[in-house]
Design a protein around this ligand. Sequence first.
Ligand code: C2E
Ligand code: MG
Ligand code: MG
Length: 590
Amino acid sequence: MPYDNTEELRTKIIGLGETSVRKSYYPQLQDRILELERFHTLLDRSREMIILVEAEDGNCIVDCNAIVPTILGVPREAILNTEVVRWLPFEVVEIMTILKTQGEVKECCLVETIMPSPMGTFPVEFILQCASCSDKNYFIVMGSNISERKNAESKIYTLAFYDSLTQLPNRQLLNDRIIQALAKSQRHRKYGAILFVDLDNFKTLNDTKGHHIGDMLLVEVAQRVEEILRDGDTLGRLGGDEFIVLLEGLSYTMEVAAVEAKNFAQRIKETINRPYNLSGYAHTCSSSIGVTLFLGTEQTKDSLLKYADIAMYQAKQSGRNTICFYDPAMQEAIQLKMTMENELRSAILYNQLILFYQPQVDLSGIIVGLEALVRWNHPIKGLIAPNDFIPLAEETGLIISLGQWVLEEACRQIKIWEDRFSSHIKVSVNVSVKQFQEGSFYTMIADALYHSGVSGNLLKIELTESIIVDNILENIEKIKAIRSFGIGFSLDDFGTGYSSLSYLKRLPLDELKIDQSFIRDITMNSNDAMLVQTIIDVAHNFDLQVIAEGVENEEQLSFLKAFGCKIFQGYLFGKPIPVEEIERLLIHTL
Ligand code: C2E
Ligand code: MG
Ligand code: MG
């Protein structure tokens, strides 16, 4: 039977003295030695450092496994019976002291630290286990190399908090940094700033040159801005072409802090403006930068980011390559716009839009046409004029569904008048360029005519001169295709836009509408009078019908008549009015 400890075994062997007895214990002794050797081999094979330390003054190393001398780069003998402080990191020794001062040494502790070694330092996790043997206290110190675990941890951290393309802090880490910066600013009462940097026309580069070129630009921009950052400032990427710069420790006063932030934004703008060489492709780039200042924790991280975003949006609106500071009035305007957008969306769905009609008359005052003009019958605000919501509808894309409603409603009304009064009066419908350029516009027209059963001859489309700016050739083809339904085309607000005669010649039009601004002053301003006269002459030369809009008095009318204009629209003949009222006028005409 094996003995509990070697001491007992030794006493037995020495005490008994007799050869015969010694012989009888010899196999047991040999077994014991074998057992110890096996155990040592096992320990020596371990990749963990295992060190036995006396829990006495000096903490001497009593034993260690084979990997310990390898790591320390000295023979085992040099380690044994020396103080542990010579070899192991200070934190380990410190824990030993704490465990000893706790009185009874029986606790177990874990400490992560860096292990110095001639092979280079590496992270180690030490477990300190207290043990007693033959009335003596020991520490069993087991140390594992945790480099792999640490690498994996740092990889996970990088993936979670850094953008993989630019290696910059991502949205999550930025959020953390902003929260910390707010707390710091609260403590030191110093201003900080958030700069929202958005590259101008990045999408175009991506679409025309491919994503790999776009990515190269983002990486280069990140590097350039990082180079000019001061210590303690943060540059991060929110995603796409949106970067955030967090400036900390600016001045104690707002005015100075604003200048500091502005100067820094200027430097960013300039560094981004420098030419790029993207894999041989020479590129220039600009940025729109929105800036908001903060002091303390009054504003939340989310509202600050929103303010910087709003300011950036304003910078874009002011022509790009610009820096804008956040302005609360701007915020209010955006808020209002957003509310209005939502309301307008439901207005289209819930029939809050109505069409008014304004008569167009000939020389003898007979109604020869009607212009359909949309109004929004707002449940609270009442009737809203188109100039107050059409631009928003254009900006948000709502103009497509709004325009479709106008077209269908006008066709429905034409059909009713046709059936009820056998009316053949043309109705003009305003179509914005965005709506006209929509791929589905032709089909929308065809559907509206088909579903209402209205002949194209009774419909006229009013376009503005901006139709000339983009895709002129495509637009000409579209107008031609739509004209094949018998639909007429009128160029609205003529004289205010491009008015290029060469284009005018190429556009397949039926009518020019002289803008009301020229009619207004026709009697007082000789320039306007001359311009109107010229427009009328040119139109007649191009075989186009001319209509003067905004005719308000007899004087204007006689000027126009003298210039050869034959069709008129304006308050003199009637304001835009609802269907029931226009019907009363129509009955007299027909
Ligand atoms: P527009 O197409 O040039 O329409 C003429 C505008 O001048 C109308 O304003 C009309 O009420 C106004 N007007 C007519 N005669 C006179 C006059 O003698 N004196 C004065 N001071 N004004 C006169 P409204 O109805 O407020 O429409 C404004 C603009 O909104 C329109 O200008 C048009 O560009 C746009 N719009 C109206 N309805 C629609 C629509 O259904 N779709 C689109 N895309 N735009 C529309
Ligand atoms: Mg019009
Ligand atoms: Mg007009």
